[in-house]
Design a protein around this ligand. Structure first.
Ligand code: BES
Ligand code: MN
Ligand code: ZN
Length: 473
């Protein structure tokens, strides 16, 4: 648990005080210790390089018993990322009650922006997934941000984003036996109920209703599963006008199906796209973003039994296009194809899909850069700009005629669901593009490399999409 409040500057306090310091600059904390600290700095005992942390005991000279100095590097190189990096040092380990001198971290950035970054970063860094551990971390971190201005709204908004990101991480970290399609649907229902907003509604479609709508690409993936599929559909309409559709891949577990994965560890993360869109909705509603949103998630696992989908099978998607199954492990694009069709049918004129879609994007961009595709360069540029605001790395990848041709090269159906290793991330994107109607502005985020690291779920893309939406108002 973490709690952040604003602390007026004039309040004396015994609590530990955290201060950011720049290289080669004197610091002013309080007259009784400033001279001695300046002396220590001059002698080189307190380097201000990025990543340094110094603990200073004040022995009654000032009310704060301890001062932590956090190195921020050179002022001329200061950035939003460096504020966040400096905050990386501020954890439970420094004590459960801390005060942060906001202006010392700000450099030339504004207090409000700095406060937002600090709140988001502290929420992120003090996250733990101890749901299944006998020993849970009972620690609470209470942080006062020392500032002159009233920051309550900034803090609340940034905290809503931080909490949403951590909720996404919880959903992804939860293994399949605690997070089936039905569990995710229950979570979504509770989330919507908890947000308690008149402009918000949810509907969960069951298997027979999904079949009635002709979503046979989605159902094909579910054929080998012991658990039923769930189509989660949330609408948020704070104003008149068209909707932006947020479509999240909700593969609760991906074994590969009969094209079985040789190693499937960590494939509980294959619903990270779904977790992301639920978290974006949560933050958008809590912070009253005036944008009309729909969340669409086709939730199922990809498993094997006597009824499971087979390679060579031919299926018909919601929009009537037929698909030859080359690999049952290219299942995400099948569920997304129908989800994208559904979103458009429901009135979405912008569609953003988020998916742990291909191993190929990991080969291309690694684990810190999200692959971005789209059919509208303005929207692509807007998403890239939002990723910079959110301090997350996104990179555009191409869809070209040669890969479109390959996706359409089946001898027995309209499309193939896999075209082999080459250009794999683009091939998946080109496949999805077949389900985007004329006039729909579409973006596709492949988070296969960025959603889940050795340390667990990252919550990637929640902040970027939030900023993308915020920039639209
Ligand atoms: N869920 C996987 C992609 C993935 C890979 C997610 C690594 C997270 C980390 C996806 O369903 C998949 O299996 N993709 C195949 C597609 C191939 C068969 C065309 C892949 O990338 O190997
Ligand atoms: Mn797969
Ligand atoms: Zn998958």
């Amino acid at each position: 648990m973490i709690q952040i409040y604003r602390q007026p500057r004039e309040c004396a306090s015994r609590l530990p005080l955290v201060i950011g310091i720049f290289e080669g600059e004197e610091i002013k904390i309080d007259a009784p210790i400033d001279g001695e600290i300046a002396e220590l700095m001059k002698k080189g005992y307190l380097p201000a390089k990025q990543g340094e942390l110094h603990k200073i005991y004040t022995f009654g000279k000032i009310p704060n018993e301890v001062v932590y100095l956090v190195g921020l590097g050179k002022r001329s190189e200061h950035s939003r990322a460096k504020i966040a990096e400096g905050c990386g040092k501020i954890t439970f380990e420094l004590g459960e009650d801390l005060l942060i001198d906001l202006t010392s971290f700000a450099g030339d950035f504004g207090e409000e922006e700095t406060a937002g970054i600090i709140v988001e970063t502290l929420a992120y860094n003090n996250y733990r997934f101890d749901y299944h551990r006998s020993e849970k971390s009972e620690k609470e971190l209470r942080v006062g941000l020392i500032s002159a201005g009233d920051l309550s709204s900034v803090i609340a908004k940034a905290m809503a984003i931080g909490v949403a990101v951590n909720n996404a991480r919880d959903l992804v970290n939860q293994p399949y036996n605690y997070m089936t399609a039905a569990d995710l649907a229950d979570y979504a229902r509770e989330l919507v109920a908890g947000l308690n907003n008149d402009n918000l509604s949810i509907r969960i479609y069951e298997k027979d209703e999904i079949a009635e709508m002709g979503m046979n690409a989605f159902l094909a993936v579910n054929k080998g599963s012991a658990a039923g599929p769930k189509l989660i559909h949330i609408k948020y309409q704070p104003q008149d006008g068209p909707f932006i559709g947020l479509v999240g891949k909700g593969l609760m577990y991906d074994t590969g199906g009969y094209s079985l994965k040789t190693s499937m560890n960590t494939m509980k993360c294959d619903m990270a796209g779904a977790a992301t869109v639920l978290a974006v909705l949560e933050a958008a509603v809590k912070n009253n973003l005036p944008v009309n949103l729909q969340v669409v998630i086709c939730a199922t696992d990809n498993r094997i039994d006597g009824g499971a989908l087979l390679p060579d099978d031919i299926i018909t998607a919601m929009n009537g296009k037929t698909i030859e199954i080359i690999s049952t492990d290219a299942e995400g694009r099948l569920t997304l194809a129908d989800a994208i069709c559904f979103a458009q049918k429901q009135g979405c004129v912008n569609v953003v899909d988020i998916a742990t879609l291909t191993g190929a994007v990991v080969v291309a961009l690694g684990s810190d850069v999200t692959g971005l595709f789209g059919n509208d360069e303005k929207e692509v540029a807007a998403m890239i700009a939002a990723s910079k605001e959110a301090r997350e790395e996104f990179w555009q990848l191409p869809i070209n005629e040669s890969i479109r041709k390959k996706v359409r090269s089946s001898k027995v159906a309209d499309l193939k669901n896999s075209t082999g290793r080459n250009m794999g991330a683009s091939s998946a994107a080109a496949f999805l593009e077949e389900f985007v109607e004329d006039g729909t502005k579409w973006l596709h985020l492949d988070i296969a490399g960025t959603a889940f690291h050795e340390s667990g779920a990252t919550g990637i893309a929640v902040k970027t999409i939030y900023h993308y939406l915020k920039a639209k108002v």
